[in-house]
Design a protein around this ligand. Structure first.
Ligand code: BT5
Length: 324
């Protein structure tokens, strides 16, 4: 924590009551001039801080951004040991990947309210205008690389649970889309660094549409229409959204590491919009390698597609499109 964070924490702890500059200076071991500078910096960052003659400083409002101090104050889970960012960046996945490669511990998270280079899977773009929540977390599961496929599903489930915490009823589309109704509310992008038999790090990136931007994002062919959390909730704020997602993901990750995806499979199925639907699954080259009715997912998180003859194909990866 920086002194600026300490000043903010002291103002927040005062619960809307004024705190004198002198007592802040004494408590934090800095000069009153330094306190004044930190207050100005906080105002520049969007905090509303009144200066009351003879009484001191009073915190009246916080900016609507997923700032680390704001999010940390709302978290209910202990996994997140280091929160960073909060403003605009290129891609939080790039930032988190750099940190992971440099040895950042599990539980490091990078937050943003806007991305200029947001990425989807397979080189696609994730439209990331201001007014969304974009975050990436560093995980270090002690597993083989093949198991990371089901971690993507567990993270998507954690995101859906995060929306439950906010009062929005989210569904899932295999492998890792999070939906409101039939439209896409959030996407998950996992990247990893691994040796053949051991994962070194996983970066799980989550992009959430919170407020409707002026312009709709460009969709890939067959892409789901976007939907915004503000379509389901009144005036959602970014820090509580980020905290709810981080809590949901922490909980799901703990279950996945302790019991594996099989323990979460039923809940995934309950939320899964594809069950019973007729789909085609294409590989990277665009070739259909399974077509039929979705029977569910298995304990490894593979999509089970039953063809017209009744044979079931477990699908590990691919693009799913609805038929009929
Ligand atoms: C995803 O990819 O859904 C994963 C998105 C992950 C984004 C997060 S944000 C934080 C972190 N940092 C990053 O740079 N990325 C992660 P995919 O399944 O490939 O879906 C991408 C497709 O969704 C695009 O080709 C569009 O059709 C569509 N799309 C793009 N932006 C969208 C949006 N904001 N809302 C809904 N759909 C969108």
């Amino acid at each position: 924590m920086t002194t600026r964070d300490d000043v903010l924490a002291a103002l927040r702890d005062a619960d809307g009551e004024p705190v004198s500059g002198e007592s802040l200076a004494r408590e934090l071991g800095v000069s009153r001039v330094a306190v004044g500078k930190h207050v100005s910096a906080l105002r520049d960052a969007g905090y509303g801080i009144e200066a009351l003659a003879g009484a001191g400083y009073r915190l009246v409002s916080a900016p609507d951004a997923p700032l680390p101090v704001e999010v940390a104050a709302l978290l209910q889970t202990a996994l997140w040991v280091d929160l960073r960012g909060g403003g605009a960046t290129g891609s939080t996945n790039d930032d988190a990947r750099t940190l992971a490669r440099a040895g950042a511990p599990e539980g490091t998270a990078v937050l943003a309210s806007e991305q200029t280079g947001g990425r989807g899977r397979l080189g696609r773009t994730w439209s990331s205008p201001p007014g969304g929540v974009y975050l990436s977390v560093v995980l270090r599961p002690v597993v083989a690389p093949a198991q990371v496929a089901s971690l993507a599903l567990a993270v998507a489930l954690g995101v859906a649970r995060g929306f439950d915490r906010l009062g929005a009823d989210a569904a899932l589309k295999w492998p890792n889309d999070v939906l409101l109704g039939e439209r896409k509310l959030a996407g998950v992008l996992l990247e990893m660094g691994a040796e053949p038999d051991r994962v070194e790090w996983v970066v799980a990136g989550i992009g959430v549409n919170v407020r409707r931007p002026a312009e709709n994002p460009a969709l890939a062919p067959g892409g789901l229409e976007p939907v915004y959390l503000s379509d389901a909730l009144t005036a959602p704020l970014l820090a509580p959204v980020a905290a709810a997602l981080l809590d949901g993901v922490a909980e799901a990750y703990a279950e996945w590491t302790a019991h594996g995806f099989s323990a979460m499979r039923e809940e995934y199925e309950r939320r899964h919009r594809l069950v019973g639907r007729h789909v085609a699954v294409r590989d990277l080259a665009g070739t259909v390698h399974a077509e039929g009715v979705v029977a569910g997912v298995d304990d490894e998180g593979r999509l089970l597609v039953r063809d017209a003859g009744g044979d079931v194909t477990p699908v590990t990866a691919g693009e799913v499109s609805l038929r009929g």
